[in-house]
Design a protein around this ligand. Structure first.
Ligand code: BG6
Ligand code: MG
Length: 212
């Protein structure tokens, strides 16, 4: 499967860079400000899902999903995002996950096309900070996608931008929602994380470094 791959579709958070800790710190701060406890364990449910859905999950956990108006929820997401952007603005190349840059470079050198497939609206800034924008032929992120993972839209748009059929593409994902999106899109899938969590992935590795 990896030898025949013509296109690699890469999730960002948790595959290329460990931003989950910053999402967690910012969501926890917001949750605490509105009187909700939020643990690292709770944070697992937010991985791979959109910003809007993340807030819904936090409010649902505290049975507060009906407690706020749309305007209040927008303000809360903006508040969280400002803290998150503050964290990621201080990131540098040392925060690229082990093997990510090397693996992207290696597959590109043998003619494989690469696309980013991320839910994050902050992707352009993160790629810029890490100086890896040039490692992607196409960027599909939260700014151009309307249906969140597990909908396959993000990866179908990625394959299309690369001019490839889904079956010739491999999705690299750390979230179960992303693996499901890849499968529903007709791509092969590599889970980055424990096989007992990413049960539907074709294969699982601990990080891209294992594929070098
Ligand atoms: C995904 C993360 O990549 O992006 C999610 O795994 C996050 O945790 C989502 O909620 C949206 O990110 P952002 O940066 O647009 O708030
Ligand atoms: Mg991810």
């Amino acid at each position: 499967m990896l030898e025949d791959m013509k296109g690699g579709l890469f999730d960002l958070d948790g595959v290329i860079v460990d931003t989950a800790k910053y999402h967690y710190l910012a969501w926890r701060r917001l949750a605490n400000e509105i009187g909700i406890d939020f643990s690292e364990h709770d944070n697992e449910r937010l991985k791979g899902v959109s910003r809007v859905r993340s807030l819904e999950i936090i409010l649902e956990m505290a049975n507060k999903e009906k407690a706020y108006s749309e305007a209040e929820k927008t303000e809360m997401m903006d508040r969280k995002n400002a803290w998150y952007v503050d964290y990621i603005s201080k990131m540098d190349e040392s925060e690229i996950l082990p093997g990510a840059r090397e693996y992207l470079t290696e597959i590109r050198s043998r003619g494989v096309k690469t696309a980013l497939g991320s839910a994050s609206k902050n992707s352009p800034m993160i790629l810029d900070k890490l100086k890896i924008t040039d490692l992607f032929d196409a960027i599909v992120d939260g700014n151009v996608v309307s249906k969140p993972k597990p909908d396959p839209e993000v990866f179908l748009k990625g394959a299309e931008a690369l001019g490839l059929a889904p079956k010739d593409c491999v999705v690299f994902e750390d979230a179960q929602a992303g693996i499901e999106a890849g499968r529903r899109g007709g791509m092969h899938t590599v889970g980055i994380g424990p096989p007992d969590v990413l049960t539907d992935a074709d294969i699982c590795v601990k990080g891209l470094y294992e594929l070098l």
